[in-house]
Design a protein around this ligand. Structure first.
Ligand code: NAD
Ligand code: MG
Length: 392
């Protein structure tokens, strides 16, 4: 391709929090990027507006019942439309340079995996791909020689300071965690928190599911599993550090005693821009860190007793096989039930633990041979979690 040509981008999960931060960057750099396709679930109005603003080639919804509205809103725009799983999977086959994987949940598994092709860059926000099917996902990345760049801020930070050519000299990889809105709340008080309280993240503005996962610290557990696939380190070399200011995003400790970190304002446009421009950098109008104004950065060890979700995630990682897929599916269902007021906050880890114990007993959660295995386990875990919730 012409070296001056624009970089082509396909976005999976365009209307979400990550999708909107990405759209902001694309709109600020119209000479560098063009959008091939935008995919969302059911938000026809949001997708149509974004499609027009970004002048995308096509706009697709996963949910077919929402298609008539999308079609009507984009009539006469020259933008191709489509809906349904087959249309989404077809859209990722179109020529493109970067696919941004920003669907939420295990729903992102199939389309993101299908997007892995030779010569492409996958900018991955959907951590569920690595949590639920990390071995399969990484195997396909290696087999196709596609390029995988992490959008998740902690992993992007670690990627920026991880000296790949000296991986044998890495001692520890550390992910920071804000600790969420209940960082210093007692277990007894956490049992009574409402969805509104849990949805108020102190530092980051994100989608509902990941915001609740941050409040339980399940998100950090997912991220440790994610890191175990992204970086060539053993499980016991991965650490979590609670850092309420969300300023230091990730650290790598080397055998010579050096500790390298990436710092920045908590704004996802920085890691997304890093993935788009890599190995160059992009101008991004995020708030600059003023360390003198901040004055103090604090750090503390995570509390696995008050945050059992983090403990469950670490256990699932060590158990291996499809235990992390069960962990994620049970969490998706439990978080949804919490948001709908059906269960309490501390019921989220309780439900997950029961389902993991029931499904993992006797080493039943073996390695997945393919994505279909993962989706079958995912469905079973969802059903079992649903049952647990109904008997509450
Ligand atoms: P969100 O809920 O704001 O948006 C989710 C997007 O996925 C929407 O565009 C929705 O339409 C789409 N979607 C949902 N189901 C779909 C389906 N079946 N098919 C196609 N599209 C579907 O979520 P988010 O906060 O943007 O997070 C997206 C992913 O990025 C998650 O995996 C999350 O863990 C990860 N992530 C997000 C942040 C953040 O700051 N928001 C940071 C790190 C990682
Ligand atoms: Mg993160």
């Amino acid at each position: 391709r012409d070296p001056g040509a624009k970089t082509r981008i396909t976005v999976l999960g365009a209307t979400g929090s990550i999708g909107q931060s990405l759209a902001d960057l694309i709109q600020r750099n119209p000479d560098s990027y063009e959008v091939v396709a935008l995919v969302a679930n059911r938000n026809a109005a949001g997708l149509a507006d974004m499609a027009k603003a970004l002048k995308t080639g096509s706009a697709l919804l996963a949910e077919e019942t929402c298609y008539p509205e999308l079609k009507e809103r984009l009539a006469g725009s020259g933008i191709a439309t489509g809906a349904g799983e087959a249309a989404v999977l077809e859209a990722v086959t179109q020529d493109t340079d970067i696919v941004v994987g920003a669907i939420v949940g295990s729903a992102g598994l199939k389309p993101t995996m299908a997007a892995i092709r030779p010569g492409r860059r996958i900018a991955l926000a959907n951590k569920e791909c690595l949590v639920c099917a990390g071995d399969l996902f990484m195997a396909k990345i290696r087999a196709t020689e596609a390029e995988l760049l992490p959008v998740d801020s902690e992993h992007n930070a670690i990627f920026q300071v991880f000296e790949t050519d000296k991986a044998d000299m890495v001692e520890k990889v550390i992910l920071t965690a804000s600790g969420g809105p209940f960082r210093s709340v007692s277990k007894a008080d956490m049992a009574g928190v409402t969805p509104q309280q849990a949805l108020k993240h102190p530092n980051w503005d994100m989608g509902a599911r990941i915001t609740i996962d941050s409040a339980t610290m399940m998100n950090k557990g997912f991220e440790v599993i994610e890191a175990s696939h992204l970086f060539p380190v053993a499980h016991d070399q991965l650490g979590v550090l609670v850092h309420p200011q969300s300023t230091v995003h990730g650290l790598v400790q080397y055998k010579d005693g050096s500790l390298l970190a990436q710092l920045g304002s908590p704004d996802m446009r920085t890691p997304i821009a890093h993935c788009l421009a890599f190995p160059r950098r992009m101008n991004v109008p995020v708030k600059r860190l003023d360390l003198a104004e901040l004055g103090t950065l604090t750090f503390e060890a995570p509390d696995l007793d008050r945050f059992p979700a983090l403990r469950l995630a670490l256990e699932a990682m060590r158990a291996g096989g499809m235990a992390p897929a069960v962990l994620n599916a049970a969490d998706e269902v439990a978080v949804d039930a919490f948001l709908k007021g059906r269960i309490g906050f501390m019921d989220i880890p309780a439900a997950i633990e029961e389902v993991l114990d029931a499904m993992g007993a006797g080493g039943k959660l073996t390695d997945a041979a393919g994505v279909e295995d993962v989706l079958a386990i995912d469905a079973e875990a969802r059903q079992k979690t649903g049952e647990w919730i109904r008997t509450r």
